[in-house]
Every structure is written in structure tokens, then in C-alpha cells.
Write a protein of this length. Structure first.
Length: 253
């Protein structure tokens, strides 16, 4: 489900970039546009839904690991039901949030919100929703990181006494690493927006668009490699791939 959310989020960069290139090619990019006009381009809808879905699924994974560590008997009896219930709740949250975004943007009466048709988050949603979206994702990622770190430390202490706990530790490591990187990049992603709305420092809209676009692109790309590098199956396959090569180098005969 995290991968599905990442895929939906990534469509923002694909379709948004193609749409902007078309506007530039047809000389319609550098024209004012309303909030509703930006929303109807549908650049931001997959961005909002996808990023919230990824954050919520990371929270679901973290809660699941915490329950598995602290309530093992309950988890063994109700793991599938618990997982499906949390996933359903997370998806409902994302859908409701997207509906709120659409309704608030459609009801916005401002004739012009942007000097061009870039149509990022700042010119496609209302300011209250943007604040809710940005800080909501940061909060969810921080909570997921704390929960996962707590589960990791408990299991790490258990590995000193029980060998079986080592397997649980390997399952938690990828989530912990991805949660940590997600939190750091999301905070960097929102620095320009926070400075503009909560301090006297003025950050231009173009700079906000550049920061959000490039940090988000790096974030999406980095998570693919994080999933691979922290996955046990990938590391095992990598060792099996290089072991014969190293053996041949050491023993050419």
C-alpha cells in the first residue's frame, strides 16, 4: 500500500510536468489563474491523496509493529483483522481529506491566485487546507517514527536474550529507516512554506515551487532505493550475486 501511495504521488510529477510543458509550448503558461482553475487541472489531487496515503500507511505499519511487540497474543489472534481495519480507516481519511480539498477550493472566490499556471499546492488549495495538509503529514510521520523507534529498541533489547527476536528486528529496520528519511525530507520540503506563513521572512512563490518540486522528487526516488537496500530479500540476493564473483577473484584456479 505504501508503494501504491508512492505511485499515485509520483503521477503529480509526470502529469503536472507534461501539462506545464504543454502550457509553455502553447504560450498559455504565463497567464493569471484562479484557485478553481488550478484545481481543475488535477495536478495536485494525486499529490495530496498520494502523499497522505504514504504517511498514513507508514503509520499503519508502525502501529502494527508496536502491537506485535507489546501485545503478541492479541496480534497473533487478530493480525489480519487489525491490519485491514487500519488500512480501511487510513484510506477513508485520505478520501475525506481529498473531498475537503476539492470543496474548499471550488468555493474559493478569489479571481486570481497565481501569476502563472504552475499550479502547485500553494495555488491549488486554500491556505487553511494547505497548512492542515503540510503539518498533518509531518505530524503523522513523526508519530510513525517514534512508534517504530520504540518497537525497534524493545526488540533490540530482546535480541540479547532471545534469538527469535532477531527476525522481528529485521522486519522493523526498513520501516524505521524509511520513516526517519521521510520525516527529514518532509520537514525540508516544508521549510519554505513554514517560513512564509509563520515568520516575517518572505519566500517567493517560485522558490516555494522549486523547493517543493525538487525535494519531493528526491524523496520519491530515494524511497525506492531505501526499500531495496533495507529489504532482507534484496540484501540476500546481492550477497549471493557477489559471493561467487569474489570467490573467483580470490581463487582464480
Amino acid at each position: 500500500m505504501v508503494a501504491v501511495g508512492d505511485t499515485i504521488d509520483a503521477t503529480y510529477f509526470l502529469f503536472g510536468s507534461l501539462g506545464r510543458l504543454v502550457d509553455i509550448a502553447t504560450d498559455t503558461f504565463y497567464y493569471p489563474i484562479s484557485l478553481k482553475g488550478c484545481l481543475l487541472k488535477f495536478y495536485v489531487l494525486p499529490r495530496v491523496f498520494g502523499s497522505e496515503m504514504v504517511a498514513m500507511m507508514m503509520l499503519v505499519l508502525s502501529v502494527e509493529k508496536v502491537v506485535a511487540v507489546f501485545l503478541p497474543l492479541f496480534y497473533r489472534a487478530y493480525s489480519d483483522r487489525l491490519r485491514l481495519s487500519m488500512i480501511a480507516a487510513a484510506l477513508i481519511y485520505c478520501i475525506v481529506s481529498s473531498i475537503v480539498m476539492i470543496v474548499t477550493s471550488v468555493l474559493d472566490k478569489r479571481p486570481v491566485v497565481g501569476k502563472n499556471r504552475y499550479c502547485g499546492i500553494s495555488t491549488s488549495v486554500t491556505r487553511p487546507f494547505a497548512l492542515y495538509h503540510q503539518f498533518g503529514i509531518i505530524t503523522v510521520n513523526i508519530v510513525a517514527l517514534i512508534l517504530c523507534f520504540t518497537a525497534f529498541m524493545v526488540v533490540w533489547n530482546r535480541t540479547k536474550r532471545f534469538r527469535n527476536a532477531a527476525k522481528e528486528l529485521q522486519n522493523i529496520k526498513p520501516i524505521l529507516v524509511v520513516s526517519a528519511v521521510s520525516t527529514l525530507i518532509l520537514i525540508a520540503n516544508n521549510v519554505a512554506y513554514v517560513l512564509t506563513n509563520f515568520t516575517s521572512i518572505s519566500v517567493s512563490q517560485n522558490l516555494q515551487n522549486v523547493v517543493v518540486t525538487y525535494t519531493s522528487a528526491v524523496f520519491s526516488l530515494s524511497k525506492v532505493f531505501l526499500y531495496l537496500l533495507t529489504g532482507k530479500e534484496f540484501r540476500t540476493a546481492l550477497r549471493q550475486r557477489w559471493r561467487p564473483t569474489l570467490t573467483n577473484v580470490v581463487n582464480p584456479c
